[in-house]
Design a protein around this ligand. Structure first.
Ligand SMILES: Cc1ncc(COP(=O)(O)O)c(C=O)c1O
Length: 399
């Protein structure tokens, strides 16, 4: 496929896109301009939680568009409070600041953490402890705690005082966190960094460091949160108690919406005017979030993720036993990384050719982030497609 001329000329070329143009979707499937069907195991990078063209979401958005889309945060509307209250019940963090993306949610968390220490009279407490392989976004603050040198280097200087810790080394975390640390920043399962879950031993070191130094904990749940792993939040699985958490992606099921969630203690340090967003939490975004949160809780979607997640877990382990190219399978629920002995790119390309959408991260890792609504038979179809791709890939390399 040729890159469309107008796209090449007028869209800033910051992405390496796959050579396909999608025109419509239905459930876990996308269709290209020739009507070819693709099984979508990446869901717009973890966003299309309810699948594509979800009828309940479409109806709610149409209704909202015909009623009222946006009024700004100069005034109240009825939906922000409802979304914030649902998020509070799920997360244990009672206050929400609404924004439009994951990076903004993280930016909010970093600012609110700073603001907390400012209010506490410790403005010099500016250190951040972040993890190797972390990804938190591309704005200047969130980029400062993103590990990949390629992303950071062209934009330095960024925030100073960031100490990097290997995620598998609890002792290094203990050493890095001090009374100068504003916050420890974690993803409970690192997404972009190769689908790497934090260990219970590392979580224990985080808890100890919080207690010893008072350092705040920021949990970036943009990718792994809100039911993706079969739990509302990954930190709950690890027994962690963050002061702040960032959410995005699945929350809007395709509408851009994110939120920074705060404990009451942090919220008490924030004043009117400290932060803001013109669009943040507008009616359309909140309506989408309510449809998603309804499905997740009352609709039983979280239990469904656990069931089909177990099917994925068993199937992927079987594939790992069958194909020597697979080094390790990591993840939970509907967030999986298949770590290969080789570059994952040719496998992703082969999958595209077969009508299967998967994605490469951290060079050797195939990442799967299917819609939460994927059915048991669609999981079986995914596994048999992956099986065929690995079988072909192995033959090709052997030839
Ligand atoms: C853990 C994590 N945090 C933050 C972000 C940034 O989110 P967004 O691309 O919506 O700004 C991402 C995006 O992949 C992410 O995975």
């Amino acid at each position: 496929m040729d890159v469309p001329t107008m796209e090449r000329r007028h869209v800033l070329q910051t992405y390496k896109r796959a050579p396909v143009v999608f025109t419509r979707g239905e459930g876990v499937y996308l269709f290209d301009e020739d009507g070819r069907r693709y099984l979508d195991l990446i869901s717009g990078v973890g966003v299309a939680s309810l699948g594509h063209a979800n009828p309940a979401l479409a109806a709610a958005l149409a209704d909202q568009a015909q009623t009222l889309l946006h009024t700004s945060n100069l005034y109240y509307h009825g939906l922000q409070g409802q979304v914030a209250s649902r998020l509070a019940s799920l997360s244990g963090l009672p206050r929400a600041f609404f924004c439009n993306s994951g990076t903004e949610a993280m930016e909010g968390c970093l600012k609110f953490a700073r603001r907390y220490w400012h209010t506490a009279g410790e403005a010099k407490r500016t250190g951040l402890v972040a993890l190797e392989h972390a990804f938190h976004g591309r704005t200047m603050g969130s980029l400062s705690v993103t590990w990949d040198e390629h992303y950071r280097a062209p934009f330095e200087p960024l925030l100073q005082d960031v100490v990097w810790v290997p995620a598998g080394n609890p002792a290094a975390l203990t050493e890095a966190v001090s009374h100068r640390t504003t916050a420890i920043v974690i993803e409970t399962i690192q997404g972009e960094g190769g689908v790497r879950p934090l260990s219970p031993a590392f979580a224990a070191a985080v808890r100890e460091a919080q207690q010893r130094t008072g350092a705040l904990l920021i949990a970036d749940e943009v990718q792994c949160g809100l039911g993706r792993t079969g739990h509302a939040f990954g930190y709950q699985r690890l027994g962690l108690e963050p002061d702040l958490a960032a959410v995005g992606k699945a929350l809007g099921a395709g509408m851009p919406v994110g939120a920074a969630l705060l404990s009451e203690r942090i919220a008490a340090a924030v004043s009117a005017g400290d932060h803001g967003s013109t669009y943040g939490g507008n009616l359309l975004a909140c309506r989408a979030a309510l449809v998603f949160l309804d499905a997740l809780t009352a609709g039983g979607l979280q239990e469904h993720v656990r069931t089909v997640g177990a099917q994925f877990a068993a199937g992927l382990c079987e594939l790992a036993g069958r194909h020597a190219v697979i080094r390790e399978v990591r993840g939970a629920g509907l967030m999986w990384g298949i770590d290969l002995q080789v570059d994952a790119a040719p496998f992703v390309q082969a999958a595209l050719g077969r009508g299967l959408l998967i994605n490469r991260t951290s060079e050797t890792v195939i990442r799967l982030l299917p819609p939460f609504v994927i059915s048991a038979s669609e999981v079986a179809e995914s596994l048999s497609q992956l099986d065929a791709i690995f079988a072909e890939g192995v033959q090709e390399r052997a030839a």
